[in-house]
Design a protein. Sequence first.
Length: 284
Amino acid sequence: MTKLIVTHHHPDLDAIMASWLLVRFDQPQYGDSSFAFVPAPTTYKNQPVDSDEKIVHVDVGAGKFDHHKLGGFVTCAAKLVWEELVAESKIEPSDQPLKEMIEVAYEIDTFKDYYWQDTDKPRMAFMLHEIIPALHRLQIYDNEAVMRLGFSYLDGVYQRLKDNEKGKEAVMEGVEFESKWGKGIVVKTAADDVSKIAQKMGYEIVVIEDAQHGYLKIKTAPGVKLSLQTLYDKIGERESQSRWVYHNSGHMLFSGSDKGEQKEPTQLKLSDILEMIENENRLR
């Protein structure tokens, strides 16, 4: 039975996230939903809200998923939907990335983002809750198009937060070392962009072994002045440098990447790379 999800014209982040939660986490009921948009605070065809099991209103209509009523400022539509899906065991209450998304949505919808730092900076224009109203003003996309663009963005946010959680766990299990580039750590993981996570945790050089894809990556933090050129030269003494990419920033050296065509993988082992780093330490 196809459901109809109803929200207000020019849906904002809260309306979009509430709808996304239903579609994303209750696929049997809402996976093939259609959408309708009504003027706030009305309902679909002026029907009593929540009177038809095939129609669900979010962020509009003063029903169970609308917080625009007495005492509603302590929550938001996305939070109300999330609580319902947790109660129905559609979402695990321990899903920390999703809990963090709900909290951010609540902060934005109740204007607490006013207290965020640097909200006057251009980078804020890249944030979804700033992009959505701009897309509406463009009048190029209709309400549903903006809604579905938001769904794709939220899929990405959710995956990124899950990657962050997985990456932090991998770094915590890593092995530290000292080098001429600074404090280092070896991390064995297939999680995405773990080097950035490790750098934010205070490591200046990160060596990553991704056994799942056959990648080896070495990255230094942006503040490290010493390039990886000498390590790249040492690798060239052991095998063809065509198996490696030396980034022109001097901060990245890797064999294998998701961003381009996979070259012939390195034959070097993680232990070989660590031995070269140790040898470089002796030359300091």
